[in-house]
Design a protein around this ligand. Sequence first.
Ligand code: HEM
Length: 411
Amino acid sequence: MSQLTAAEQFDPHNPQFTSDRFALMAQMRAESPVTFLPALHVYAVTRWQEVHDVLGDAVTFASSEAFSAGLHLAPEASAIYSLTSPLFAYNPINVDKPLHNRLRDPLMAAFTPKRTQSLAPTVIADIEALLDAIAESGSQTDLLLSLCRPLPLQTICRLLGVPLSDAEKLSGWSDALIAFQTPGLPVEVQVSAAHGLRELENYMRDKIAQKAAAPDEGLISALVSGRAAGENDLSDDELVADIAVVFFAGHETTINTIANALHSLLERREYWEAIESGAMDIDNLVDELLRHDTSVMGLYRRATVDTEIGGVGIPKGATVWVSYGAANRDPALFDEPEKLQCPRGNARQNLTFGYGAHYCVGPLLARLQLCEAVTRVAKRFPAMRLVPNAIIPEIPHHGLRAPISLPVLLK
Ligand code: HEM
């Protein structure tokens, strides 16, 4: 056992970081409710109760400037796309009320459960088509590329009402939202990300104009028609940001969660077999997979006053890293938390979709895709297994849990 504190060991640049992260988080939870991480210059909150409390108090722990406080963008990048441009200034994840409600309420009104339910038949058809292609492709596949990635990309395009053929282009641009907010990036990477964001903004602007002229069944059209009918008074800049954030937040998160979940299930044969034979409580399994395998490990808040979390002082202006992934494995709430365990009575108490004012707007759609992907792939390929001895590396990022590939044998 290392003598170093968890804070001293927490270094996302360490090649061991992703394989050690849950052990490190367990150590952090055990040592203190709050851990100052010198590598990130943030206060990390890792216990379920405190994560819940911080997320529930959006006045003391604000979202505005939480991401961007420590960023120093190169002037070359800022000249193309700055942190005051629409995709940041009007991104609901980055703002507080009243602007937050102004941006979020129309989204919630348009993104109804009925809208998600209406997508179910196409989600299922898309999965079956992807599985057909996998079956025809040979004896081995990278599930990340052949299923986990295309499915949420297609779903989010269908939700918004944009052509599936634009999915990859949009995904490339929206990745820039993460790149742009990563400290210490080389100038040329920042500049390329800035161009991507400008393109994404322009694309969404064109779509708004198109939907105003020719309405359809998609979410963009619902927001645009809602504005025309006086149900919201979002400006074009605000609408563009709302739509772009749905695209961004709705696909990457789901891709990585489905991949993490399939990876976990393939390591537990008995679960794979139970799904295949219909012996599994799938609803509970989905909750448990969300708890055990979330892809969003943590996001930021900014302390608006001198305050405390779990008795630990936090100075005004400090950045707090709230870890949903660590909270989900808190032994104070979940027995044997590191184990995927179904049935688990309180699996639904996971904080995978956040809590409070910024609670995710897409849990239903994410659950639908996760549930259908997991059950259909296990039923179609009962003998599927991970390629023996394959290493499944993850993106080296403290806030994301995302495999780089998921190689499997079909038989
Ligand atoms: C498994 C998949 C998903 C995960 C793990 C996830 C996770 C999260 C989390 C943790 C937040 C809270 C952010 C905060 O606390 O500041 C959030 C917010 C959000 N999510 Fe999701 N999400 C998923 C899927 C989706 C989908 C499918 C959509 C839309 C189609 C979506 C759209 C959003 C939006 C728009 C917000 C911002 C809400 C706000 O700030 O008011 N997410 N998501």
